[in-house]
Structure formats: structure tokens, C-alpha cells
Design a protein around this ligand. Sequence first.
Ligand SMILES: C[S@@+](CC[C@H](N)C(=O)[O-])C[C@H]1O[C@@H](n2cnc3c(N)ncnc32)[C@H](O)[C@@H]1O
Length: 300
Amino acid sequence: MILDNHIPIMTNEILSFIDGKKNLSILDCTFGGGGHSKMFLERGHFVTAIDQDNNSLMIAKRLKKSFPNIFFHKSNFKDIDLLSLKFKKFNFILLDLGFSSNQLDNDNIGLSFKVNSDLNMNYLCSDLDAFKILNYYDEEDLHRVFHSYGEINQSEKLSKYIVQQRSVKKIKTNFEFIEILRNSGVNFRSKKIHFATQAFQALRIETNNELENLILFLKKVHKYIQIDGHLAIISFHSLEDRIVKNFFKNNRVNKNNKYYNDENWGFEILTKKPLTASKPEIIKNNRSRSAKLRVGRFMN
Ligand SMILES: C[S@@+](CC[C@H](N)C(=O)[O-])C[C@H]1O[C@@H](n2cnc3c(N)ncnc32)[C@H](O)[C@@H]1O
């Protein structure tokens, strides 16, 4: 069965950068439910799409029946240089990071703390999962994960408690893990979000190597953009957004048209501050509330 509940976000904002342009070659690195790809195809563009997800592969096959100009690759975008691409350079490259609503709704992946499921969180066919992290990482590594990726102040205390608890009984499900968080005595940072949010985020980032994937991709992306093409990246948490912001900053083109890096390419930053979803969009689609879109124009 195909899961198909994902609503693409910030579509008007994205389209505003290619308004009136025809027959562009577009690279959608995070195809997901295909919402953004379909939007580009409907406007006559050629779309090369990447996603590691099996459900995305099925959606792409279905889409191909109506839009032959979609070329889908089931892969991790960090491995773009291993793919045999029909187009070598692109006018517009989009990354809409993280996981889709289809993946959130898939209880086998277990990303939600609202539904009890086996501990997994692996949505990118990685070798790791949350069960292995929680039950087999040593205390120091657990501390690293919760500190670096969850920004949990008392991550040392949390890691010690997890190690204690798992020596009594393996931690097998999301709800068992939430119970451990509840009893750990750790003061979770914010009252605005569910107290398990940061710990779940940390496990998800570690399981899927989210930050490393992005960093590796950004090291290669300049080889794939046409001059004057755009790189647009939507991120959903501050760790990702910091990487994107620094990437554009470290590779910007100065006012006097000099490249800031030592190489012969750079980006004109088109979003001094990241764009966010409009109020009506946030009301319609709560997922869009934490999205930040940064866009740069490639110069060479
Ligand atoms: C937020 S969803 C994208 C939704 C899509 N823009 C749409 O409109 O339907 C993110 C997607 O990116 C994929 N993804 C995340 N990181 C990836 C990576 N490193 N390599 C390949 N796909 C990745 C996920 O599997 C997920 O399907």
C-alpha cells in the first residue's frame, strides 16, 4: 500500500525564484511524497528526483505514468556522485530536509512519540536504529548523541540512567523509552514542546546520520548547479539550519563580486534571513511552522 499524505510546504515561496522560467532542469533531492516534484512537472520542467525511501519509489513510478519527465533515483543524496544522471547540471536544486508525513505515519519506522512502536526511527535504510543506540552505545556515546543532537542540558544524567535501566531490561519500544525519560529526573528544556521531543530528535539524527548527509552533499553541490541556478534548502531544526546558513556564508560572493572561498565559485545569498511559512499555511499545515527556507544563486 502506498502512503500518500504528505503536503508540500512553502510552494509559493519556492516557485517565486523560478517564476516565468521554462523547461528548467530541476533536482529534487528529497522527493518524499513527490509534492514539490509534481509542482515542477506541472509547469513543464524536467525533474531529477532522489530519495532513499521505498514508498517514494512507488509514488515516483506512479507519477511517471502522467509525467515522463521525472527521473527518480532511490539513493541517499550524499551519494549523488555515484548516480548516473540524465542531466549533469541543474537550474534549481531543492532539499526539503528530514522525514515526510508518510514516514511519520508509518508505525514500522516509529518516529512518533504519540504511537507505541518498536524502537527504530530508521527512515533512510541506514544500518543503525534507535534500539541499537539505546541498548548498545556506551554511556559516553549516548551522552554525545543527547548533548549534540538533542541539546539536552542534563544529557550525562540521562545517559547514566539509560545505562542503568537497560541493564535490568532491554528498552524495546517508544513508550518504554518515554517512561525512562519521564523517570530519569532530567529537567527537559522547554515547556512549549512535548518533553520527549529533544531526545527523539537526537535519536533520529544519529540513526539517519542526518547532519553528516547534508554536510557531505554540500561539499559536492557546486558541481551540479548551472551558473545563475538556485540552491534552495528547507530545514526543520536549528542544527540543520546552522549548517545551511554557514555554508552560504562561507561560500558567498562579496559585494565587489569576489568569491569568499578560495575556489572560483560562490553564492549570492537571496535570503538574508530565512523565509518562513505564512500564517495561513501554518494554520492549514502545522508541519510548516518550524520550516526555514534559505536560497542562494550560484555564480562562477
Ligand atoms: C520533508 S520530506 C520531503 C517532502 C517532499 N518535498 C514532498 O513535497 O513530498 C523529506 C524526504 O527526504 C528524504 N531524505 C531525507 N534525507 C535524505 C537523504 N540523505 N537522502 C535521500 N533522501 C533523504 C526522506 O526520506 C523524505 O522522504
